[in-house]
Design a protein around this ligand. Structure first.
Ligand SMILES: Cc1ncc(COP(=O)(O)O)c(C=O)c1O
Length: 388
Protein backbone atom coordinates (compact mmCIF):
# COMPACT_ATOMS: atom_id res chain seq x y z
CA UNK A 1 0.00 0.00 0.00
CA UNK A 2 1.47 3.43 -0.91
CA UNK A 3 2.45 5.29 2.23
CA UNK A 4 2.36 8.74 0.58
CA UNK A 5 -1.20 9.61 -0.36
CA UNK A 6 -3.11 12.68 -1.47
CA UNK A 7 -6.54 11.91 -0.09
CA UNK A 8 -7.16 15.29 1.45
CA UNK A 9 -4.78 17.29 -0.65
CA UNK A 10 -5.98 20.12 -2.91
CA UNK A 11 -3.87 18.62 -5.69
CA UNK A 12 -6.34 15.75 -5.76
CA UNK A 13 -8.97 18.09 -7.20
CA UNK A 14 -9.11 18.81 -10.96
CA UNK A 15 -7.27 21.97 -11.94
CA UNK A 16 -9.23 25.19 -12.19
CA UNK A 17 -7.29 28.29 -13.23
CA UNK A 18 -8.31 31.82 -12.21
CA UNK A 19 -9.40 34.33 -14.84
CA UNK A 20 -6.54 36.73 -15.44
CA UNK A 21 -5.80 39.58 -17.77
CA UNK A 22 -2.03 39.42 -18.10
CA UNK A 23 -0.79 42.97 -18.60
CA UNK A 24 2.61 42.47 -17.03
CA UNK A 25 6.02 41.81 -18.60
CA UNK A 26 4.90 38.39 -19.86
CA UNK A 27 3.39 35.96 -20.31
CA UNK A 28 0.52 37.62 -22.11
CA UNK A 29 -2.83 35.85 -22.49
CA UNK A 30 -2.76 33.14 -25.10
CA UNK A 31 -4.96 33.67 -28.16
CA UNK A 32 -8.04 31.37 -27.98
CA UNK A 33 -7.11 29.81 -31.34
CA UNK A 34 -3.65 29.04 -29.96
CA UNK A 35 -5.23 27.36 -26.94
CA UNK A 36 -7.34 25.28 -29.32
CA UNK A 37 -4.25 24.25 -31.29
CA UNK A 38 -2.46 23.31 -28.07
CA UNK A 39 -5.26 20.99 -27.05
CA UNK A 40 -5.25 18.96 -30.28
CA UNK A 41 -4.32 15.29 -29.90
CA UNK A 42 -0.53 14.86 -30.07
CA UNK A 43 1.11 13.02 -32.96
CA UNK A 44 4.52 11.36 -33.04
CA UNK A 45 7.51 13.67 -33.41
CA UNK A 46 8.52 11.89 -36.63
CA UNK A 47 5.00 11.63 -38.06
CA UNK A 48 4.99 12.98 -41.66
CA UNK A 49 2.26 15.42 -40.60
CA UNK A 50 4.46 16.77 -37.84
CA UNK A 51 7.55 16.91 -40.02
CA UNK A 52 5.64 19.09 -42.47
CA UNK A 53 4.42 21.29 -39.61
CA UNK A 54 8.03 21.77 -38.45
CA UNK A 55 8.89 23.27 -41.83
CA UNK A 56 5.88 25.56 -41.60
CA UNK A 57 6.92 26.79 -38.16
CA UNK A 58 10.40 27.55 -39.51
CA UNK A 59 9.01 29.45 -42.48
CA UNK A 60 6.63 31.44 -40.27
CA UNK A 61 9.46 32.29 -37.86
CA UNK A 62 11.62 33.54 -40.73
CA UNK A 63 8.75 35.81 -41.74
CA UNK A 64 8.19 37.11 -38.20
CA UNK A 65 11.89 37.92 -37.86
CA UNK A 66 12.40 39.00 -41.48
CA UNK A 67 15.30 36.66 -42.07
CA UNK A 68 16.20 34.00 -44.58
CA UNK A 69 18.48 32.16 -42.14
CA UNK A 70 18.47 28.43 -42.80
CA UNK A 71 18.99 27.60 -39.14
CA UNK A 72 15.80 29.03 -37.69
CA UNK A 73 13.88 26.85 -35.24
CA UNK A 74 12.15 26.91 -31.87
CA UNK A 75 14.22 25.50 -29.02
CA UNK A 76 12.31 23.24 -26.64
CA UNK A 77 12.43 25.47 -23.61
CA UNK A 78 11.65 29.07 -22.68
CA UNK A 79 13.40 32.15 -24.03
CA UNK A 80 16.39 31.54 -21.77
CA UNK A 81 17.05 28.19 -23.47
CA UNK A 82 17.30 29.90 -26.85
CA UNK A 83 19.41 32.64 -25.25
CA UNK A 84 21.74 29.96 -23.96
CA UNK A 85 21.74 28.23 -27.38
CA UNK A 86 23.08 31.36 -29.11
CA UNK A 87 26.07 31.45 -26.75
CA UNK A 88 26.59 27.70 -26.29
CA UNK A 89 26.96 27.15 -30.03
CA UNK A 90 29.28 30.02 -30.83
CA UNK A 91 31.40 30.78 -27.76
CA UNK A 92 34.66 28.91 -27.33
CA UNK A 93 36.83 29.18 -24.24
CA UNK A 94 38.66 32.49 -24.25
CA UNK A 95 36.54 34.16 -26.94
CA UNK A 96 35.86 37.77 -26.06
CA UNK A 97 32.16 38.49 -25.79
CA UNK A 98 31.24 42.14 -25.42
CA UNK A 99 27.87 42.54 -23.72
CA UNK A 100 26.14 45.90 -24.00
CA UNK A 101 24.19 46.04 -20.73
CA UNK A 102 21.34 48.45 -20.13
CA UNK A 103 19.13 46.31 -17.90
CA UNK A 104 18.51 42.99 -16.20
CA UNK A 105 18.62 40.75 -19.28
CA UNK A 106 21.93 42.17 -20.48
CA UNK A 107 23.35 40.99 -17.15
CA UNK A 108 21.91 37.52 -17.79
CA UNK A 109 23.68 37.40 -21.17
CA UNK A 110 26.98 38.31 -19.49
CA UNK A 111 26.45 35.64 -16.84
CA UNK A 112 25.69 32.97 -19.44
CA UNK A 113 28.61 33.93 -21.70
CA UNK A 114 30.96 33.60 -18.70
CA UNK A 115 29.66 30.12 -17.96
CA UNK A 116 30.71 29.06 -21.50
CA UNK A 117 34.24 30.24 -20.84
CA UNK A 118 34.03 33.62 -22.59
CA UNK A 119 36.26 36.51 -21.69
CA UNK A 120 33.30 38.74 -20.89
CA UNK A 121 33.68 42.47 -21.42
CA UNK A 122 30.84 44.86 -20.75
CA UNK A 123 29.79 48.33 -21.75
CA UNK A 124 26.98 49.72 -19.64
CA UNK A 125 24.23 52.33 -19.81
CA UNK A 126 21.88 53.57 -17.13
CA UNK A 127 18.66 51.54 -16.87
CA UNK A 128 16.26 53.56 -19.01
CA UNK A 129 18.70 54.57 -21.74
CA UNK A 130 19.97 53.06 -24.99
CA UNK A 131 23.42 52.91 -26.61
CA UNK A 132 24.60 55.30 -29.29
CA UNK A 133 26.65 54.03 -32.23
CA UNK A 134 29.68 55.97 -30.96
CA UNK A 135 29.52 54.30 -27.56
CA UNK A 136 29.31 50.87 -29.15
CA UNK A 137 32.12 51.61 -31.61
CA UNK A 138 34.39 52.79 -28.81
CA UNK A 139 33.73 49.56 -26.88
CA UNK A 140 34.29 47.45 -30.00
CA UNK A 141 37.65 49.14 -30.66
CA UNK A 142 38.68 48.68 -27.04
CA UNK A 143 37.70 45.03 -26.69
CA UNK A 144 37.76 43.60 -30.26
CA UNK A 145 35.25 40.87 -29.39
CA UNK A 146 34.23 37.76 -31.32
CA UNK A 147 30.60 38.57 -30.45
CA UNK A 148 28.69 41.70 -29.49
CA UNK A 149 25.61 40.67 -27.51
CA UNK A 150 22.75 43.00 -26.67
CA UNK A 151 19.06 43.20 -25.90
CA UNK A 152 16.76 44.85 -28.43
CA UNK A 153 13.71 45.22 -26.15
CA UNK A 154 14.88 45.43 -22.51
CA UNK A 155 11.91 44.15 -20.52
CA UNK A 156 13.33 45.42 -17.23
CA UNK A 157 13.43 49.06 -18.36
CA UNK A 158 11.03 49.39 -21.29
CA UNK A 159 13.77 50.62 -23.64
CA UNK A 160 13.96 49.74 -27.33
CA UNK A 161 17.54 49.84 -28.62
CA UNK A 162 17.75 51.60 -32.02
CA UNK A 163 19.47 49.10 -34.31
CA UNK A 164 20.44 51.11 -37.40
CA UNK A 165 24.16 50.88 -38.07
CA UNK A 166 25.07 48.37 -35.34
CA UNK A 167 25.31 45.45 -37.77
CA UNK A 168 27.64 47.47 -39.99
CA UNK A 169 29.88 48.21 -37.01
CA UNK A 170 30.01 44.50 -36.24
CA UNK A 171 31.08 43.74 -39.81
CA UNK A 172 33.71 46.50 -39.64
CA UNK A 173 35.18 45.10 -36.42
CA UNK A 174 34.70 41.50 -37.54
CA UNK A 175 32.42 40.21 -34.84
CA UNK A 176 29.03 38.52 -34.73
CA UNK A 177 25.97 40.45 -33.61
CA UNK A 178 23.77 38.61 -31.10
CA UNK A 179 20.36 40.11 -30.34
CA UNK A 180 17.72 39.34 -27.70
CA UNK A 181 14.29 39.84 -29.28
CA UNK A 182 12.23 38.28 -26.50
CA UNK A 183 10.01 41.32 -25.96
CA UNK A 184 10.03 42.53 -29.55
CA UNK A 185 9.06 39.55 -31.74
CA UNK A 186 5.54 40.09 -33.08
CA UNK A 187 5.10 43.54 -31.52
CA UNK A 188 8.03 45.75 -32.53
CA UNK A 189 9.60 46.15 -35.99
CA UNK A 190 12.38 43.60 -36.48
CA UNK A 191 14.48 43.23 -39.61
CA UNK A 192 17.16 40.72 -38.71
CA UNK A 193 18.74 40.40 -42.17
CA UNK A 194 18.63 44.12 -42.93
CA UNK A 195 20.19 44.84 -39.53
CA UNK A 196 22.88 42.18 -40.14
CA UNK A 197 22.03 40.27 -36.98
CA UNK A 198 23.87 36.94 -36.76
CA UNK A 199 22.22 35.32 -33.77
CA UNK A 200 18.82 36.01 -32.27
CA UNK A 201 16.36 34.42 -29.93
CA UNK A 202 12.89 35.05 -28.57
CA UNK A 203 10.08 33.43 -26.62
CA UNK A 204 6.59 32.12 -27.30
CA UNK A 205 4.74 33.86 -24.46
CA UNK A 206 4.82 37.57 -25.24
CA UNK A 207 4.17 39.10 -28.67
CA UNK A 208 3.17 35.72 -30.07
CA UNK A 209 0.43 35.07 -27.47
CA UNK A 210 1.30 31.42 -27.01
CA UNK A 211 2.05 30.01 -23.53
CA UNK A 212 5.69 29.86 -22.38
CA UNK A 213 7.63 26.79 -23.48
CA UNK A 214 9.41 27.49 -26.77
CA UNK A 215 12.39 29.69 -27.54
CA UNK A 216 12.67 30.70 -31.20
CA UNK A 217 16.33 30.69 -32.30
CA UNK A 218 18.05 31.79 -35.49
CA UNK A 219 21.61 31.85 -36.76
CA UNK A 220 23.11 33.48 -39.88
CA UNK A 221 25.61 31.81 -42.22
CA UNK A 222 28.40 33.87 -40.56
CA UNK A 223 27.45 32.40 -37.19
CA UNK A 224 27.17 28.94 -38.76
CA UNK A 225 30.73 29.35 -39.97
CA UNK A 226 31.92 30.03 -36.43
CA UNK A 227 30.06 26.94 -35.28
CA UNK A 228 31.59 24.83 -38.07
CA UNK A 229 35.11 26.03 -37.20
CA UNK A 230 34.89 25.16 -33.50
CA UNK A 231 37.87 23.27 -32.18
CA UNK A 232 35.79 21.85 -29.33
CA UNK A 233 32.34 20.28 -29.10
CA UNK A 234 29.38 22.50 -28.24
CA UNK A 235 29.42 22.09 -24.45
CA UNK A 236 25.64 21.66 -24.21
CA UNK A 237 24.21 18.55 -25.84
CA UNK A 238 20.55 19.60 -25.69
CA UNK A 239 21.11 22.95 -27.40
CA UNK A 240 23.74 21.85 -29.96
CA UNK A 241 22.36 23.22 -33.24
CA UNK A 242 24.42 20.88 -35.40
CA UNK A 243 22.68 17.93 -33.70
CA UNK A 244 19.30 19.66 -33.66
CA UNK A 245 19.60 20.40 -37.36
CA UNK A 246 19.74 16.69 -38.11
CA UNK A 247 16.18 16.61 -36.79
CA UNK A 248 14.98 19.99 -38.08
CA UNK A 249 16.92 19.70 -41.35
CA UNK A 250 16.57 17.08 -44.04
CA UNK A 251 17.76 13.97 -42.14
CA UNK A 252 14.88 13.94 -39.63
CA UNK A 253 16.94 11.99 -37.12
CA UNK A 254 15.55 11.75 -33.60
CA UNK A 255 17.23 14.19 -31.20
CA UNK A 256 14.74 14.59 -28.36
CA UNK A 257 11.01 13.98 -28.14
CA UNK A 258 9.70 17.29 -29.42
CA UNK A 259 7.00 19.06 -27.42
CA UNK A 260 4.64 18.59 -30.35
CA UNK A 261 1.65 20.40 -28.85
CA UNK A 262 3.74 23.47 -28.08
CA UNK A 263 4.72 23.49 -31.72
CA UNK A 264 1.05 23.21 -32.75
CA UNK A 265 0.51 26.27 -30.57
CA UNK A 266 3.35 28.36 -31.92
CA UNK A 267 2.41 27.46 -35.48
CA UNK A 268 -1.06 28.86 -34.86
CA UNK A 269 0.35 31.92 -33.07
CA UNK A 270 2.71 32.67 -35.96
CA UNK A 271 -0.02 31.98 -38.51
CA UNK A 272 -2.25 34.52 -36.77
CA UNK A 273 0.58 37.05 -36.90
CA UNK A 274 1.06 36.42 -40.61
CA UNK A 275 -2.68 36.64 -41.20
CA UNK A 276 -2.79 40.05 -39.54
CA UNK A 277 0.42 41.12 -41.28
CA UNK A 278 3.63 42.25 -39.58
CA UNK A 279 3.19 45.95 -40.25
CA UNK A 280 -0.42 45.88 -39.09
CA UNK A 281 0.62 44.11 -35.87
CA UNK A 282 3.48 46.57 -35.26
CA UNK A 283 1.15 49.54 -35.88
CA UNK A 284 -1.48 48.10 -33.55
CA UNK A 285 1.08 47.77 -30.76
CA UNK A 286 2.33 51.31 -31.38
CA UNK A 287 -1.14 52.90 -31.40
CA UNK A 288 -2.31 51.12 -28.27
CA UNK A 289 0.92 51.92 -26.43
CA UNK A 290 0.70 55.60 -27.37
CA UNK A 291 -2.87 55.71 -26.04
CA UNK A 292 -1.70 54.05 -22.84
CA UNK A 293 1.12 56.61 -22.41
CA UNK A 294 -1.10 59.63 -22.98
CA UNK A 295 -3.80 58.21 -20.70
CA UNK A 296 -1.33 57.58 -17.90
CA UNK A 297 0.12 61.06 -18.34
CA UNK A 298 -3.39 62.54 -18.09
CA UNK A 299 -3.65 60.79 -14.73
CA UNK A 300 -0.49 62.58 -13.63
CA UNK A 301 1.80 59.57 -13.95
CA UNK A 302 5.27 59.74 -15.44
CA UNK A 303 6.95 57.25 -17.77
CA UNK A 304 10.47 56.05 -16.93
CA UNK A 305 11.75 56.17 -20.53
CA UNK A 306 11.93 59.03 -23.05
CA UNK A 307 9.22 58.64 -25.68
CA UNK A 308 11.64 58.12 -28.59
CA UNK A 309 13.11 55.02 -26.90
CA UNK A 310 9.92 53.57 -25.45
CA UNK A 311 8.88 50.03 -26.25
CA UNK A 312 5.32 49.61 -27.56
CA UNK A 313 5.13 46.19 -25.88
CA UNK A 314 6.25 47.14 -22.37
CA UNK A 315 5.84 50.43 -20.55
CA UNK A 316 7.63 51.37 -17.34
CA UNK A 317 5.65 53.83 -15.21
CA UNK A 318 7.21 55.60 -12.24
CA UNK A 319 5.51 54.70 -8.96
CA UNK A 320 4.40 57.97 -7.36
CA UNK A 321 5.95 58.84 -4.04
CA UNK A 322 4.10 57.41 -1.04
CA UNK A 323 2.47 54.55 -2.95
CA UNK A 324 3.28 50.94 -2.21
CA UNK A 325 3.78 49.80 -5.78
CA UNK A 326 3.91 46.11 -4.98
CA UNK A 327 0.77 46.39 -2.86
CA UNK A 328 -1.08 48.16 -5.68
CA UNK A 329 -0.12 45.49 -8.22
CA UNK A 330 -1.30 42.80 -5.79
CA UNK A 331 -4.55 44.69 -5.27
CA UNK A 332 -5.19 44.77 -9.05
CA UNK A 333 -4.51 41.05 -9.27
CA UNK A 334 -6.54 39.96 -6.26
CA UNK A 335 -9.48 42.31 -6.66
CA UNK A 336 -9.66 42.72 -10.43
CA UNK A 337 -7.79 39.76 -11.91
CA UNK A 338 -5.43 42.09 -13.75
CA UNK A 339 -1.71 41.43 -13.61
CA UNK A 340 0.82 44.23 -14.00
CA UNK A 341 4.49 43.83 -13.16
CA UNK A 342 6.73 45.45 -10.60
CA UNK A 343 10.25 46.68 -11.24
CA UNK A 344 13.09 44.24 -11.76
CA UNK A 345 16.66 44.56 -10.45
CA UNK A 346 17.62 48.15 -9.75
CA UNK A 347 14.16 49.39 -10.75
CA UNK A 348 12.44 47.23 -8.10
CA UNK A 349 10.04 49.40 -6.12
CA UNK A 350 10.51 52.30 -8.54
CA UNK A 351 8.35 51.38 -11.55
CA UNK A 352 5.39 49.32 -12.62
CA UNK A 353 5.71 47.41 -15.86
CA UNK A 354 2.63 47.32 -18.06
CA UNK A 355 2.68 44.97 -21.01
CA UNK A 356 0.47 45.25 -24.08
CA UNK A 357 1.68 42.28 -26.05
CA UNK A 358 0.23 40.30 -28.93
CA UNK A 359 -3.40 39.36 -28.35
CA UNK A 360 -3.48 41.69 -25.33
CA UNK A 361 -2.60 44.83 -27.27
CA UNK A 362 -6.15 46.16 -27.71
CA UNK A 363 -7.94 49.48 -27.12
CA UNK A 364 -10.21 47.66 -24.63
CA UNK A 365 -7.26 46.59 -22.50
CA UNK A 366 -5.81 50.11 -22.62
CA UNK A 367 -9.13 51.46 -21.31
CA UNK A 368 -9.32 48.72 -18.69
CA UNK A 369 -5.92 49.48 -17.25
CA UNK A 370 -6.43 53.26 -17.41
CA UNK A 371 -9.81 52.97 -15.66
CA UNK A 372 -8.25 50.85 -12.96
CA UNK A 373 -5.42 53.28 -12.41
CA UNK A 374 -7.92 56.14 -12.24
CA UNK A 375 -10.33 54.50 -9.83
CA UNK A 376 -8.05 52.34 -7.73
CA UNK A 377 -4.88 54.34 -7.32
CA UNK A 378 -6.60 57.13 -5.37
CA UNK A 379 -8.51 54.63 -3.22
CA UNK A 380 -5.38 52.63 -2.68
CA UNK A 381 -3.48 55.76 -1.80
CA UNK A 382 -6.03 56.50 0.96
CA UNK A 383 -5.99 52.90 2.23
CA UNK A 384 -2.22 52.95 2.19
CA UNK A 385 -1.88 56.25 4.05
CA UNK A 386 -4.64 55.26 6.50
CA UNK A 387 -2.73 52.06 7.27
CA UNK A 388 0.56 53.94 7.71
C1 LIG B 1 14.49 40.49 -22.66
C2 LIG B 1 14.35 39.11 -22.11
N1 LIG B 1 15.29 38.21 -22.36
C3 LIG B 1 15.22 36.95 -21.91
C4 LIG B 1 14.14 36.53 -21.16
C5 LIG B 1 14.08 35.12 -20.67
O1 LIG B 1 13.01 34.45 -21.23
P1 LIG B 1 12.25 33.27 -20.45
O2 LIG B 1 11.76 33.84 -19.16
O3 LIG B 1 11.15 32.88 -21.40
O4 LIG B 1 13.24 32.19 -20.23
C6 LIG B 1 13.13 37.44 -20.85
C7 LIG B 1 11.98 37.04 -20.03
O5 LIG B 1 11.10 37.79 -19.74
C8 LIG B 1 13.23 38.76 -21.34
O6 LIG B 1 12.27 39.66 -21.09
Amino acid sequence: MPSVNLNHHKAFQPICTPERLLLGPGPSNAHPDVLKALSLPPVGHLDPFYVELMGEVQELLRYAWQTSNRLTLPMSGTGSSAMEATLANTVEKGDTVLVAIKGYFGNRLADMAGRYGANVQVVEKKWGQAFSLDELEEALIKTRPAILAMVHAETSTGVCQPMEGIGDLCRKYECLLLLDTVTSLGGVPLFLDEWKVDLAYSCSQKGLSCPPGLGPFTMSSRAEEKLANRSTKVPNWYLDVSLLNKYWGSDRVYHHTAPVNMNFGIREALRLLAEEGLEEAWNRHRTNAENLWSGLQRLGLEMHVDENLRLPTLTTVKIPEGIDGKGFALHLLNKHGVEIGGGLGELAGKVWRIGLMGYNSTPENVSRVLNLFESELSVFDKIDSAAA
